[in-house]
Design a protein around this ligand. Sequence first.
Ligand SMILES: [Fe+2]
Length: 303
Amino acid sequence: MRTIALAAGFGVLVPRVLRAGSGSGACAPTTPDIEGPFYLGGSPFQVALAKQDEPGESLSISGIVYANDCTTPIAGAVVDVWGANNDGCYNNNNECSPHGDDRFNLRGRMLTNQQGAYAFSSVKPGRYLNGATYRPSHLHFKINAPGHPIVTTQLYFEGDPYIPVDQWASDPASAGRIIPLTANNGALAGVFNITLDVPPGESGIPYNQDAARALTMQCSPNPFRGDTVITYAVQTADRVDIGIHDITGRRVRALVSSVHGIGIYNERWDARDDAGRQVPSGIYICRLQSGSCVETMQIVLAK
Ligand SMILES: [Fe+2]
């Protein structure tokens, strides 16, 4: 049973001590880092990223997302996290086990609350070999305030002997993203505050507990029979195209193709193709494109 008391969750104050990205204590936006090859779009909104029986050390991370004055919290920011398992393996790598069949294990998105806070639990990622040396334990993040660019970065942990030999972790720009972990009721806990280059007061979509569940894209029910509703967020006013593709990549249905303003939208798919014919049971890919951003999501039709 994996039970973690999050170090700082919703409604709990987080000490404003670590100004992520600053390194020197000065106010500066959180620095970017490489994305790596294992990102998956469309992670569910969840705060417990690991399966109950996931091997490894329990880890909880919490923090506040700030505007570029390093003081004003940003509500409704999206914090998208993914990490390797205890063996240093990502679950979209076929060698992963035992939860390699769950594509969103050790992944999840959170939405900052009205105090700008986010929090999640997972397991401490294992190191993995990159060339001749191991990459230090790290978590990947994508963070953005609605309507503003996504910051892709990585979080490292103090004392990891592989930080000095890792070209990304040892970069001086990463200094503000190496945090201490403390033992907390048998779990490791750390605070990662994030500063976005967003002026105070420009957080885009107003915080809304219900609408906010669906920032980016999700689908319910899934698997489905009959029809399903795709909910998606537009974070920058732009043209949006959503298509349903079969497993070969062929588009079977053009669902949406129009200019959207910032907001949350719903679109129903009735399991029919462009000609109005019922499509067969199976796996389909919903592909959303807005500007240069593309997000895909798997939908399963089970009749
Ligand atoms: Fe990685």
